[in-house]
Design a binder for this molecule. Structure first.
Ligand SMILES: Nc1ncnc2c1ncn2[C@@H]1O[C@H](COP(=O)(O)OP(=O)(O)OP(=O)(O)O)[C@@H](O)[C@H]1O
Length: 588
């Protein structure tokens, strides 16, 4: 079978739990054994009780059947209990491994992936997989065991009659396998569609303000309805195949019964076999009725699990191209020297380079301002320092170590990042500030917030530092969020800093506070700043002027202003206006 490897891999998830597997499968085996015993008991009741008129034999058999039924209930419970236990445990393990992969995988992976699709794999696909690995697999094993046990019991009873009665069996097995192979690719399509729906849901939730602002709710609804309808059609197609198949499965069982009556009936009449024996044979075949009816369901589960687990494993197996080397060097005491040596970079392998042959050196404590038109590669340069991506040519060095030779965690712990749209988690303000250093004391958190000019507004909330941010808490303004992000970076006390000084969306008072906070943050650290403000540019030790991924000019504000080029053009067009307010600010 082509999916054998996939099943093997799924089964490997049961290996850590031998005790539970033993109980689950042990009770299944015993429950099946007891099921098979019942027709024998009935045979005895007929042949030794009814036929010979012994009510005592009948009573004893009835009591034994009662005992068997009670014990079977206990095994049935154990089977269910441990089956569910295994289901949830496998789901727990898979979900953890999936989350671990998502945390571990580099930016390039997240650039390619859609959040909604990943969410759908983490929820719907793992649920489909867990249902099979625990309960589904037990049920399938139970059916197979029962089938095998019944064949053996029937052969012992009467070989020739068994051969005839089970003639439809190969058809049943063939139809089951064919059914599984037909529905499996359909399930892959169903789960892919579910991924698409989740992506759409996630996007419209994230962008709900845009949807409402443009009054596009009807359009979004129609788009969603179309894809939801497609999901329904795909799901229904499977149900149709299933619906067409299982009555057919039951029909095959009915044929076996007919054969038994047709051939075995006359034999019982002429005494070749006993009536009890014929009854037992028919009971055996009828025992198959329920499992065969559920066979479609279990095969369905198996097929979904193959499709879904493939989607889960695809993420878990994704190669992490940025994984630490075996002999990765751990960065301990950093000076903060950052050097780019002939660095070229492309976001996609084989794609057009975004950066071309960039070289410069930032000495410890220097401020390097990056400026240039939108899309010129400013953020891309800053992405290479914490090794969010690797260059395609050249080297990025921190304190003369190629960042590819460093343990990535140790490198990133030395780098603080404050961007314009800093993300905050939905937890307390204090927890957000200590995100990079969970062990920081309350005093340190407060000191960082004070330096980031955030302390005062935090104290205005009734719960102060314990105020919850986000969906179940307060909504912070852009300027407040940025100052929390600055405090978060300050607490990390990084040697290298990456920040964006644009504060366009806030009032002048807040802008002033943010500037003060940023200046405090920059002190004594090697800083890369995506510069929008004249003051930042004037204070920078060096300015890299970028255009279409090339450094077209390099120098200080005074040097660059003195020569013709992009810097002077941008200065004339955008920055000159700030000169006046700067003079006023300095005067004040
Ligand atoms: N994750 C990504 N995947 C693919 N291409 C990207 C990615 N991020 C940026 N780019 C592309 O790389 C180029 C440089 O982008 P970058 O964000 O570095 O520019 P920027 O100078 O910071 O622009 P802005 O001032 O508008 O933020 C752009 O053409 C952009 O489309």
């Amino acid at each position: 079978m082509k999916h054998l490897d996939q099943y093997r891999r799924l089964l490997a998830h049961l290996r850590p739990y031998p005790r539970q597997v033993f109980y689950a499968y042990g009770s299944t085996l015993l429950a099946v054994g007891l099921n098979i015993a019942i027709p024998q008991l009935l045979k005895q009741a007929i042949d030794e009780g009814i036929a010979s008129g012994s009510s005592r034999a009948l009573l004893i058999t009835a009591l034994i059947i009662l005992g068997v039924a009670v014990v079977r209930v206990i095994f049935g419970f154990a089977q269910r209990y441990y089956g569910e236990w295994l289901s949830f445990r496998v789901a727990y393990d898979l979900r953890n491994r999936f989350y671990d992969a998502i945390q571990r995988l580099p930016f390039s992976f997240h650039d390619r992936s859609q959040t909604g699709d990943l969410m759908s794999r983490a929820t719907s696909d793992i649920t489909e997989t867990e249902r099979f690995v625990g309960v589904g697999l037990l049920e399938l094993s139970s059916t197979m065991l029962l089938l095998f046990g019944i064949i053996v019991a029937m052969v012992v009873e009467d070989l020739r009659l068994t051969g005839l009665a089970l003639l439809p069996l190969p058809v049943l097995l063939y139809a089951t396998i064919r059914f599984g192979n037909t529905v499996e690719p359909l399930f892959t399509k169903i789960q892919e569609q579910m991924g698409k729906l989740s992506t759409m849901m996630q996007e419209s939730l994230t962008g709900i303000r845009v949807v409402k602002a443009f009054a596009r709710e009807p359009y979004e609804l129609e788009k969603f309805d179309r894809d939801n309808g497609e999901w329904y059609n795909r799901r229904f197609a499977v149900i149709r195949i299933w619906g067409n198949s299982w009555p057919f499965f039951n029909f095959l069982v009915a044929i076996s019964v007919i054969i038994l009556l047709w051939i075995g009936g006359p034999q019982a009449m002429n005494g070749t076999i006993t009536v009890g024996s014929l009854f037992a044979m028919i009971s055996y075949v009828l025992l198959l009725n329920n499992p065969v009816q559920r066979l479609g369901f279990t095969v369905n589960l198996a097929a979904t699990a193959v499709a879904s687990s493939a989607r889960v494993f695809e993420i878990i197996d994704t190669f992490d191209e940025l994984a630490d080397k075996a002999d990765a060097h751990s960065l301990e005491h950093v000076q903060g020297n950052v050097k780019f040596e002939h660095v070229s970079f492309a976001y996609r392998e084989g794609g057009r380079p975004t950066l071309h042959d960039i070289s410069f050196e930032a000495k410890p404590g220097q401020v390097v301002a990056l400026m240039g038109p939108t899309g010129s590669g400013k953020s891309t340069i800053t992405n290479l320092i914490p090794r969010f991506y690797d260059p395609i040519e050249g080297r990025v060095l921190v304190d003369d170590h190629d960042v590819r030779d460093l343990a990535i965690q140790s490198l990133r712990q030395q780098i603080g990042i404050v961007l314009q749209d800093s993300f905050l988690f939905s937890s307390s303000i204090a927890d957000n500030i200590r995100y990079g250093r969970p062990e920081a004391s309350d005093e340190e958190v407060i000191a960082a917030a004070k330096a980031a000019r955030a302390h005062d507004f935090i104290l205005h909330f009734s719960e102060g530092y314990q105020t919850k941010i986000g969906e179940r808490g307060v909504t912070l303004s852009g300027g407040q969020r940025q100052r929390i992000a600055i405090a978060r970076a300050l607490l990390l006390n990084p040697r290298i800093l990456i920040l964006d000084d644009s504060t366009s969306s806030v009032d002048t008072e807040t802008e002033h506070l943010i500037q003060q906070a940023l200046e405090q943050l920059m002190q004594g650290r090697t800083t890369f700043v995506i510069a929008q403000r004249l003051l930042t540019l004037k204070n920078a030790d060096q300015i890299l002027v970028l255009d279409a991924g090339n450094v077209v000019q390099h120098g200080t504000h005074t040097e660059l202003l003195a020569q013709p080029g992009l810097y002077r053009t941008i200065y004339d067009l955008q920055l000159k206006d700030q000169e006046e307010s700067l003079v006023e600010e300095q005067r004040a």
